[in-house]
Design a protein around this ligand. Structure first.
Ligand code: PRE
Length: 379
């Protein structure tokens, strides 16, 4: 018999959004402002999600490839409705929400080019029950266009300085026999760049450019793209570069050495909005919905995973993503994540409940991680 984690029983636990942040120097009677925690510092992609979304816009499909729009993102900061607080890491966002310090958190979940954000999956796996009350209550899709930010080489003014730079053709190697073609070339010479900082997800989204123009250059993982820009700003040697947004270039006063360096033009990151407990208002939604569960199965039992998936097939619920992370209890055994169309909070024909009740029989343990409005525009 499966064990269902405490916060998920019947899905009806309601914990009100904590409103624990007072406006500066105001009277006790004035309304308190909820905090939104995001992966900072300012100008990370996560920051750009909430500045444009503001948790009120109906269509959370937004594009920040346009420089002016990115600029506008900072200005449309709805400081009357929310206080925004940058966190250093994705675990810090989860901790802020679980502790009640923040009412909402914004975390990256997956990227269309580079796949799942394992840092977020690790936290959703919640092996030590550190985040028992966290649920996903929303999603947002953001077009992500990366730049190479740094300082121009001394005496470098324009692309005429590019002589001697690589031609943009990556050399085939045994590990990469047919390297992809970069979509863009540098605007300025980048021969002086000796190290590149960024978030590991961003490295994975720019492989073709890096292979073609910065092969063999040291890569240093940092907690966010905006932190990378901050570090490059602090380095006076001019030898460091960051992969980050054009907004980060403006915020940190860096040169855009190359832009649009992502492998695919349709590079998109999906973010989750997380909260503590359940948002009662989700029961009134009229929109298409999605839900996420995690579970473990008996790995010695043939077909155990297929049996779980069959619960969704029988209930005629379409699956939208499947991920896994190691259990870290027994090597090569996994915690699975299944995302499907439908809401546990608004389930008029009982299909979600039907599928979830099947989990009792076919899993060792499972947890409902939330239901929210589906924001993907289906083509
Ligand atoms: O580093 C940032 O700016 C983030 O917001 C994180 C993050 C991610 O983890 O996916 C978000 C969007 C991009 O895909 C690259 C990095």
């Amino acid at each position: 018999m499966a064990r269902q984690d405490s916060n998920t029983s019947s899905g009806s636990t309601v914990i009100n959004v904590p409103l624990n942040q007072k406006r500066h120097g105001v009277l006790e009677s004035e309304p308190e402002i909820p905090i939104v925690s995001y992966l900072g510092p300012i100008s990370s992609y996560t920051h750009q999600v909430y500045t444009l979304v503001q948790f009120t816009t109906p269509a959370w499909i937004i594009s920040l490839t346009d420089f002016d729009l990115a600029q506008a993102a900072l200005q449309c900061f709805d400081s009357d409705r929310y206080d925004y607080k940058p966190a250093t890491t994705i675990p810090d966002v989860f901790e802020a929400v679980q502790s009640g310090e923040a009412a909402l958190g914004v975390v990256p979940f997956e990227n269309s080019t580079n796949g799942a954000v394992i840092f977020t999956l690790e936290l959703l796996a919640d092996r030590h029950a550190s985040f028992p009350d966290i649920t996903v209550c929303g999603e947002a899709y953001l077009d992500v266009s990366h730049c190479l930010l740094g300082r121009k080489a001394r005496n470098s003014n324009d692309s005429s300085e590019l002589s001697g730079t690589s031609t943009g053709t990556a050399t085939p190697t045994s590990s990469m026999p047919s390297p992809g073609k970069p979509r863009t070339s540098p605007v300025y010479s980048i021969q002086h760049i000796k190290r590149i900082y960024t978030h590991p997800q961003a490295f994975g989204q720019c492989e073709n450019f890096l292979q073609a123009y910065l092969k063999g250059v040291e890569r240093i993982d940092v907690s966010s793209t905006s932190r990378a820009a901050e570090m490059v700003k602090e380095d006076t040697s001019r030898e460091s570069a960051a992969i980050a947004s054009s907004l980060a270039a403006t915020v940190h006063g860096l040169d855009v050495l190359a832009q649009g360096i992502e492998d695919r033009e349709d590079n998109t990151t999906r973010f989750f909005i997380i909260r503590k407990g359940v948002d009662e208002r989700a029961k009134d939604t009229r929109n298409p919905t999605k839900s996420l569960i995690s579970f473990t199965v008996d790995h010695r039992s043939p077909g155990a995973l297929a049996d779980v998936l069959d619960c969704f097939r029988r209930a005629k619920l379409n699956l939208t993503s499947i991920n896994s992370r190691p259990t870290k209890v027994v090597p090569f055994q996994y915690i699975f994540f299944v995302e499907f169309e439908g809401s546990r909070l608004k389930d008029p024909d009982g299909r979600v409940e039907e599928a979830l009740s099947g989990l009792e029989e076919h899993t060792q343990s499972w947890r409902w991680l939330g239901s929210w409005d589906d924001k993907l525009i289906k083509l």
